[in-house]
Write a protein that binds this ligand. Structure first.
Ligand SMILES: [Zn+2]
Length: 81
């Protein structure tokens, strides 16, 4: 049987099956756990970016609203004076 390197810890091991990638169930579980954590990190970053963009959009909307109100006020002043 060929010797392989564990995808998780890098140690050499003899796989029972050629499809085995990890030296032990612990390494396999660790690798899956790590992948899940990385996926979670990516999802978190996407959420944070979404929130940031939402806040930016709200900020711009607020500024536009202020600008619009100012213009309205100016127009009103012009009519009254
Ligand atoms: Zn291992």
């Amino acid at each position: 049987m060929m010797v392989k390197n564990c995808k998780s810890c890098g140690k050499e091991f003899k796989p029972y099956r050629s499809s085995n990638k990890y030296c032990s169930t612990v390494c396999r579980r660790d690798a899956h756990h790590q992948k899940n954590e990385e996926d979670n990190k990516i999802i978190m970053q996407k959420i944070l970016k979404g929130v940031e963009e939402y806040n930016k959009k709200r900020e711009i909307e607020k500024m536009l609203e202020k600008h619009r109100k100012l213009k309205e006020f100016e127009a009103l002043c012009r009519v009254n004076f």
